[in-house]
Write a protein that binds this ligand. Sequence first.
Ligand code: UDP
Length: 444
Amino acid sequence: MTRRVAMISEHASPVAVLGGVDAGGQNVYVDAVSRGLGALGYDTDVFTVRGDLAHPEVVAWADGVRVIEIPVGAGAPLLKDALWPYMPAFRDAITHFADREGTQYDLIHGNFWMSGWVAAELRSRWRVPAVHIFHATGVTKQREQGAADTSPAGRIDVEKGVVRSVDRLIAQCPAERDELLTDYGARADQITLIPSAVDIDRFRPVDKQVARRALGLDPAAEIIVYVGRLVPRKDVRNIIHALAWLKARRIASGAATVPALIIVGGETEQPDAVATPEIGVLRSLAAELDVLDQVRFVGHRQPDELHLWYAAADVAVTTPWYEPFGLTPLEAMACGVPVIGSRVGGIAFTIVDGETGYLVPPRDPEALSFRLDDVLRNPERRLGMGQAGRARVLCSFTWQQVAARTAALYDELLAQDATPPPQSRQSGVPAVVAEMPQPQGVSA
Ligand code: UDP
């Protein structure tokens, strides 16, 4: 029997262009998991807020997968932190769509906190099980970003309500499971660990010189690559500081060369400090530290080209302050490239320190510079780490595995008796949907 899944992902659509401020790992996850579920016979409708008014409402996206884009606001795309007031309209548009078509969904899969609220609401209306994955949590964001956290007020209370409302929570790594237990009071038996993954056909090893020729890069240079969104918490500034440390040490030791740092990401395909203010900040910092000549901004690139940027590099690096999971280290590993990452969140789980790359403390450019130097000076170690990285990904981090585990979780829930309303599900648990902070709704 075909099962129908409503995948809710308010700001992150599979259809979006990646690399911009609000388009990263969640988009990749929703795309890959939906496709995998579609291939396993779960018809999946992805509901998302329409980012581009030129898109049709319903897109047949892949076998068994449709993307339904719901327009909200006056037309111009909204940043994700502005979407919260539109969630009641988003919820209602989803139910209207289902009613209009006569579609009955068997299961709801929420993504991110706002869609968690929508998932909890729909769970109570439709009386079907709801699975939720946060992708990032408000408590950690608040702790790490402090005043710079632009999340709407009430986010954390909504998240706590989501935890109490949904049937299952997917954690992408042990650190996220701990956060759900400690910061959100989730029950251990409510959490299923399903690490995210990589498209291993797309992210594949390519001979370094072949990749460099394809991209017009210097065949002899030492190249460090960063791929990802350019937002402060990714701390690309830390990598530039590390490059300055490295340069100073190389000069002091009489070496003639200083490695190049290639930065892939941003709002546009050509690097543009107006569209991507972080590029301006990074450029000024590089100039101040006298490494501007060593830094090249590329702009964002789409996934079908990214393997070349990884493969052209001697080492990939990502040192965010915190990272709920982090797909880019796995992508580099899948391309056979060693990765240096900060020992936080999912990165501490995916990189095996000393085997597939190195883990370093966040906000410690000197430590990073030592590891970079070490990897750059040791071609044999690089080769071994690259091979170990690819092997680790093939063994443990494929989207086929994620889809199969997700389907197994759905089956377990669907095999249970009819989903009771949240207030009677567990003794002592209040009627949380009603108790959760409600968005001050505006109409679509
Ligand atoms: N990405 C991309 N093009 C770019 C920059 C990033 O396709 O120019 C992709 C990257 O390959 C990865 C995702 O965006 O798949 C970023 O996910 P990650 O989990 O590393 O970080 P997040 O964006 O979720 O914080």
